[in-house]
Design a protein around this ligand. Structure first.
Ligand SMILES: [Zn+2]
Length: 91
């Protein structure tokens, strides 16, 4: 089982909100091993907060992709940081 795509220490454990959000853009671009994507999907299906964040990220990315496909706007980074702070208390 190839798990090296996890940036982390959380090897062999289910991903936390923090892990999921760190990999979310990669997940959306499909650039990760299927086993890792499956873990993220499982988490996203069971976690309302991350599911909502994915939705908002998708909406933003769709808008951004019409302009530049290689640029994530500052707004997304700011929202991600804010979300991670909020999620950090529970994760
Ligand atoms: Zn979550």
């Amino acid at each position: 089982m190839m798990r090296e795509a996890w940036p982390m220490k959380a090897k062999g454990k289910p991903p936390t909100c923090r892990d999921v959000l760190a990999l979310l853009t990669e997940y959306m671009e499909g650039g990760m091993p299927p086993a890792v994507a499956a873990d993220l999907t499982r988490h996203l299906e069971g976690c309302a907060a991350c599911g909502r964040f994915l939705d908002s990220l998708k909406t933003t990315r769709t808008a951004v992709n019409r302009l530049r496909c290689d640029q994530v706007p500052d707004e997304v980074h700011a929202r991600l940081r804010g979300f991670l702070r909020a999620a950090g208390g529970r994760a």
